[in-house]
Design a protein. Structure first.
Length: 112
């Protein structure tokens, strides 16, 4: 089974050694309209593409033209101040067994 995670309009695919371009992706009906280099158009199901033994992403397969993995790494500079604050709170070590409520000393003069 072939994996097509980035199937979007403009994605180049190689099927049986022939290059096709996904012209339209219709996920609501599970179909893709493919366009060949000679102008031929075919409508295929996404299932057909996923299970076709000779369907692969073409070398120029990403619609934006960037290579897979060519993104810069994510850093805290990409986050807003509030997002950084929340991330630090989540990453802070917590006592085992959950947070315990602090025991309050009785107030002078109060009866309980």
């Amino acid at each position: 089974m072939t994996s097509l995670p980035d199937l979007a309009p403009g994605t180049a695919l190689r099927i049986n050694s022939v290059e096709w371009t996904a012209e339209e992706v219709l996920p609501q009906v599970g179909q893709v309209v493919l366009s060949g280099g000679d102008g031929e158009r075919q409508t295929r199901s996404i299932r057909w593409l996923m299970h076709h033994p000779h369907c692969r992403p073409a070398k120029s397969g990403h619609p934006s033209g960037r290579r897979e993995g060519a993104q810069q790494p994510v850093t805290t500079r990409d986050l807003t101040e509030d997002q950084v604050k929340r991330a630090r709170l989540r990453a802070r070590p917590r006592p085992r067994g959950g947070d315990r409520l602090p025991v309050q000393a009785p107030v002078a003069g109060a009866t309980g």
